[in-house]
Design a binder for this molecule. Structure first.
Ligand SMILES: [Zn+2]
Ligand SMILES: [Zn+2]
Length: 412
C-alpha cells in the first residue's frame, strides 16, 4: 500500500515537473499578443506532430502540451487565471466547473489550423492540396561542408484570426438563396415560348453555400491569407546538386484540404568571390561533377618545363592541398593530375554499406602559359642556347610521326 502511495506521489511530482511554463513552452513573452500565440502554436504543433515524429514519445507529449498551452493562453479568462495562479489555478478552475473547455483533443485543434482531420496523410478519402516547389541555390561550399540555414516561402495559410471560418464572430450561415447547395436553377428563354433550365453557381454565396455576415477583417472572409513562412534547411555534406528535399504538408493550406508537400529543389549557385575570409578560397571556383571536383592550375613555361614549384590550394573548408614538382619534373600542357580523396564528400545516402565516409577526387588540369614578350637580353641568351643545342641534338618531329622529311622542322 505504502509503495502504491509513493508511486502515486511520484507520478504527481513528475506531472508537476512536466507542466512547463506555458509561455516558455510556446517560446513567448508574458505580453505576447493573440497573433503571436497563434503563430507559435502553428509552428510548434507542426514540429511536434506525432505523424512527423513516429515513435518519439517526447514529441508526442510536447504536441499535447503545446495544444494545452495554446488553449489556455488564447482564452482571455483562462490566461488571466494562469498568469495569477499558474497551473494549479487552471486545474482548480477546471474542477470548479468553470467554463468548459471546448477542445480537448489536440488533433481537433490542429485540424482547425491546418485543415483535414488533424493528421498528415494516411487517411483515405481526404483531399490533398497541390504540392509546391521552390528552388534554393547555395554555393558549392555548403554542399561540401554541410550547413544549416533558413529559407522563406510565401504561401497560402489558413487565416489564424478566424481559424479558417472566414467569419469575424465565428458565425457562418447557410445561404438562403440556394439553401446551402451553392447551385441554383435558372430558367432561360431561348425563343418565345421556348425555355431552358440551367444550373449555375449561386450569385449570392459564390457557390460555397455559406454566407458570412461579418467577414473576418484579416482575410476578408476568404478564410486564407498569403504569408511568408520560414523553414530550416539542413544541407548535408555531399548532397547532389539538384537534390529534392520534401517538407511534408508544408504547401498551400486551405480549410478544405490537407496541405500538400513543399519540395525544395536544392541547386548549386554560380561561384562568386565573397567578402568574408571563408568565402575567398580557391575552392569557391572548383567545379563539381558528381563526387569529383575540377580545378585548372596555371603554370609558367619555366615551371612546367623545369619544375621546382609549389602551389597551395585552399579547399572549400580552408584546408590546404599542396601541389608541387621537384626540379627537373616536367608537366605537359593539359595534363590532369588526380588528387585522391580531395573531391566532394560522398553523401551518406550514397555510401556503400559499412563505409562511414568517403571522398571523390580533385582533378587538377595544368595549363601552361608561354611568355609573349621577353627582354631583349633575355631573348638573345635564350636564342643562343637553342642554337647551340639544336645543332648538337636535333630531333625531327616530322620523322617521329612518320611524315616525309622536310627542311626547317627540326627542333630540340
Ligand atoms: Zn480570417
Ligand atoms: Zn447561395
Amino acid at each position: 500500500m505504502l509503495l502504491r502511495i509513493l508511486f502515486f506521489l511520484g507520478c504527481l511530482l513528475s506531472f508537476a515537473l512536466c507542466s512547463e511554463d506555458f509561455y516558455k513552452l510556446l517560446g513567448l513573452k508574458k505580453d505576447a499578443s493573440e497573433r503571436e500565440i497563434k503563430k507559435a502554436y502553428r509552428s510548434l504543433s507542426k514540429k511536434f506532430h506525432p505523424d512527423k515524429n513516429p515513435g518519439n514519445d517526447e514529441a508526442h507529449h510536447k504536441f499535447v502540451a503545446v495544444a494545452e498551452a495554446y488553449e489556455v493562453l488564447i482564452d482571455e479568462e483562462m490566461r488571466r487565471i494562469y498568469d495569477q495562479y499558474g497551473h494549479e489555478g487552471i486545474e482548480q478552475h477546471k474542477r470548479g466547473g468553470g467554463r468548459q473547455q471546448q477542445h480537448h483533443d489536440p488533433f481537433d485543434l490542429f485540424s482547425r489550423f491546418f485543415g483535414g482531420s488533424g493528421h498528415f496523410g494516411g487517411h483515405q478519402g481526404e483531399r490533398h492540396g497541390p504540392n509546391m516547389e521552390v528552388r534554393v541555390s547555395l554555393p558549392l561550399r555548403d554542399f561540401y561542408n554541410g550547413r544549416t540555414t533558413e529559407f522563406t516561402v510565401e504561401k497560402q495559410a489558413i487565416c489564424s484570426a478566424c481559424e479558417g471560418s472566414g467569419s469575424a464572430d465565428g458565425h457562418v450561415d447557410h445561404c438562403d438563396m440556394c439553401g446551402g447547395r451553392g447551385m441554383v436553377i435558372k430558367r432561360q428563354q431561348l425563343a418565345p415560348g421556348l425555355f431552358q433550365q440551367v444550373q449555375t453557381n449561386c450569385d449570392k454565396c459564390g457557390g460555397r453555400g455559406k454566407v458570412i455576415k461579418n467577414p473576418c477583417p484579416v482575410c476578408q472572409g476568404s478564410r486564407v491569407v498569403r504569408e511568408p513562412e520560414t523553414h530550416e534547411l539542413h544541407v548535408e555534406k555531399g548532397m547532389p546538386d539538384g537534390v529534392r528535399i520534401t517538407y511534408q504538408n508544408e504547401a498551400d493550406e486551405s480549410p478544405d484540404w490537407v496541405a500538400g508537400d513543399l519540395i525544395v529543389h536544392l541547386v548549386e549557385s554560380e561561384p562568386v568571390l565573397g567578402e568574408q575570409e571563408h568565402e575567398r578560397t580557391d575552392g569557391t571556383f572548383f567545379r563539381r561533377r558528381g563526387n569529383d571536383l575540377f580545378w585548372r592550375e596555371v603554370l609558367s613555361l619555366r615551371e612546367a618545363w623545369m619544375g621546382d614549384w609549389t602551389r597551395n590550394l585552399t579547399h572549400l573548408d580552408g584546408h590546404i592541398v599542396q601541389l608541387s614538382r621537384k626540379r627537373g619534373e616536367v608537366i605537359q600542357p593539359g595534363t590532369v593530375e588526380v588528387v585522391k580523396g580531395e573531391g566532394m564528400p560522398v553523401w551518406h545516402q550514397q555510401l556503400p554499406d559499412g563505409v562511414d565516409e568517403e571522398w571523390g577526387n580533385l582533378n587538377v588540369e595544368y595549363v601552361v602559359v608561354l611568355p609573349d614578350q621577353m627582354e631583349k637580353g633575355m631573348e638573345k641568351e635564350f636564342w643562343a642556347v637553342w642554337e647551340k643545342w639544336r645543332k648538337k641534338k636535333a630531333v625531327n618531329l616530322d620523322e617521329d610521326r612518320g611524315r616525309p622529311k622536310a627542311k626547317g622542322h627540326d627542333e630540340l
